[in-house]
Every structure is written in structure tokens, then in C-alpha cells.
Design a protein around this ligand. Structure first.
Ligand SMILES: Nc1ncnc2c1ncn2[C@@H]1O[C@H](COP(=O)(O)OP(=O)(O)OP(=O)(O)O)[C@@H](O)[C@H]1O
Ligand SMILES: [Mg+2]
Length: 279
């Protein structure tokens, strides 16, 4: 009798694809002395929207600047660990070279050029490109944000929401593989937050752009993200799928419950301490 062992060749398990962005245990120091990121690790799969959440001063913007290379402009430095994009080290590289590799950061507070028109701002976003499809892409941005086409005056006169749309539009003009967005909801009415996030989701789906989304508005961010990280004092303290985070009692209390500025530290929570596996 044949042994009941299946010896037929099996296909090897599909290897998990390497994440597009892989941050490994980085430390970031400003002015040679101020340690802000203390061993932060996170991954962003290709094509995903990942949310990075946390209270004021947690180090969210610092994380984005470490990725985009903009830390250098603030006398900051990655002093430990590594950042890989498309399997290549990018920490320590100049910001314009990082843009050329395909990462574009939309800064906190919609840093558009206020004494230029929307159109000029959009053209600025294409500064690394040498192809002749810039006009086509400007039309594409206008399709996403029709209001920008109507406003022909200086960008400084646009409303907060329109400036946010212009900042996102300008990022698209670089044809990036990945966009880093720093608090796109800041200063917007709930209705506009909905509108901007719907467009973020659409851009991700239509163009396949990978997005790392920094937010204090956890509800809005988790409504579009597939995965999220919560950071506190320069470290990730919790991570999971968007559903897991939304259902997590501590996240509910501190980030979804409208606790506002009254929220305490995650680390002080009894229920949080019990879950050592997250630490
Ligand atoms: N250029 C800098 N020089 C020195 N310290 C800095 C610099 N930028 C940020 N920091 C410090 O690093 C810490 C994290 O700041 P960061 O801006 O990354 O936080 P954040 O999570 O983005 O906060 P927020 O939600 O308020 O935007 C803060 O304590 C801040 O004071
Ligand atoms: Mg910030």
C-alpha cells in the first residue's frame, strides 16, 4: 500500500512582496542633541494608504521629514536605523533626489506659493519632469479639483480647502510613486474634510499612488486607510488594520471619542499596559 504522504511537488508559498517603504528602527536627532524619534519602525505596502496617528509632538511630521529628506533643512538627522524605498536606502539623501526617486511630501499647513497662481503652483510641482505631458497632467488635476480651474487669481487668496487641494494637486504633478501627506484635514470644515479624503481615496485607486497619511483626525484617516500606526513620544505604540484600530478601546477613547486635548498618555492606560504585545 502507498503511504498516505503526499509527495507531489507543491508550488512554493508566494513570497510576501517587500514593502514600498520600510522604516527600520530609526532614531532622529535635531541640532545634534534633541532626540525625537527613538527606534521607530513601520512599513507601507505598495499601493496602500497607511495612516500615522498620534497626539501633538509625537513625532509624526519628523517621521515624514526623515523620509522626504527635508530634515536636513531643519538641522535634523537620522542617526540610527535605515529607511528603504523600493529596496534602496534613502536616509541621508538630498530632498530633490528623493523627489526624483518618487516620493513627494505635502507639508503641514499647505505650503503653496501664495503669490503665484494655481497654475504656476502646479507647474512648480513638475520641476523634476522632462516629458511633454505636463499640460495633460494639469488637466487631470483640474478633473480631480474642478474648483482650482475656476480660481485664476493668486493662490494666497484661495480658501483653506482650495489651498489643500492645490497642495495635493501639486504633489500629483511630480507623478510620484508615493505621497506623504501631513494633516490634510487641518483647519478644514467637516464637510471639506470629507471631500478632501474622498479625493485622496480616489487618487489612490485611480493612479495607484501609495499614500502615507499623517493625521490627528483619526476617524477621517482610518476611513480611507487599510492600516494604521499610532505613535507616542517618538515610537510606535500600536499598529493594526484600520478595522482593528477603530475597534480598539483605547483608540476609541483617545482618538475617536473626541477626548480632544484632555487625552492622557496611551502608556498610562491600564488596558493598554495589559497588551504588552503591542509594545
Ligand atoms: N526643527 C526642530 N528642531 C528641534 N526640535 C524639533 C524640530 N521640529 C520638531 N521638533 C520637536 O520634535 C518633537 C516632534 O515634533 P513633530 O513636529 O514631529 O510632531 P508632530 O507629531 O508632527 O506634532 P503635531 O501634531 O503638533 O504636528 C516635538 O517635541 C518638537 O518640539
Ligand atoms: Mg506635525
Amino acid at each position: 500500500m502507498q503511504p498516505m504522504i503526499d509527495t507531489s511537488p507543491r508550488p512554493a508559498a508566494a513570497p510576501t512582496p517587500a514593502p514600498l517603504l520600510d522604516i527600520r528602527n530609526i532614531e532622529v536627532v535635531y541640532d545634534d542633541v534633541i532626540l525625537v524619534l527613538r527606534g521607530l519602525s513601520m512599513e507601507v505596502p505598495k499601493g496602500a494608504i497607511v495612516a500615522l496617528l498620534g497626539a501633538n509632538g509625537a513625532g509624526k511630521s519628523t517621521t515624514l521629514k526623515a523620509i522626504s529628506g527635508l530634515l536636513k533643512t531643519e538641522d535634523g538627522e537620522v542617526t540610527r536605523g535605515e529607511i528603504l524605498f523600493d529596496n534602496e536606502r534613502i536616509d541621508g539623501i538630498d530632498p530633490d533626489k528623493i523627489v526624483r526617486r518618487g516620493i513627494f511630501q505635502v507639508m503641514e499647513g499647505r505650503r503653496i506659493v501664495s503669490d503665484m497662481t494655481s497654475l504656476e503652483n502646479l507647474r512648480l510641482g513638475a520641476f523634476t519632469r522632462k516629458d511633454n505631458e505636463v499640460s495633460t497632467d494639469i488637466e487631470m488635476v483640474y478633473d480631480y479639483f474642478p474648483r482650482l480651474k475656476e480660481r485664476t487669481g493668486l493662490a494666497g487668496y484661495l480658501s483653506g480647502g482650495e489651498q489643500q487641494m492645490l497642495a495635493i494637486g501639486r504633489a500629483l504633478m511630480a507623478r510620484p510613486k508615493m505621497i506623504l501627506m501631513d494633516e490634510p484635514s487641518m483647519g478644514l470644515s467637516p464637510l471639506l474634510v470629507k471631500e478632501v479624503f474622498a479625493i485622496i481615496r480616489k487618487i489612490n485607486r485611480d493612479l495607484g499612488v501609495t499614500i502615507l497619511l499623517v493625521e490627528q483626525n483619526a476617524r477621517a484617516a482610518l476611513s480611507v486607510a487599510s492600516h494604521g500606526y499610532i505613535m507616542e513620544q517618538g515610537k510606535v505604540v500600536l499598529e493594526g488594520t484600520a478595522d482593528e484600530l477603530r475597534d480598539n478601546e483605547d483608540v476609541k477613547e483617545f482618538y475617536l471619542g473626541g477626548a480632544g486635548d484632555q487625552r492622557k498618555s496611551f502608556k498610562n492606560l491600564k488596558s493598554f499596559k495589559r497588551r504588552k504585545r503591542w509594545l
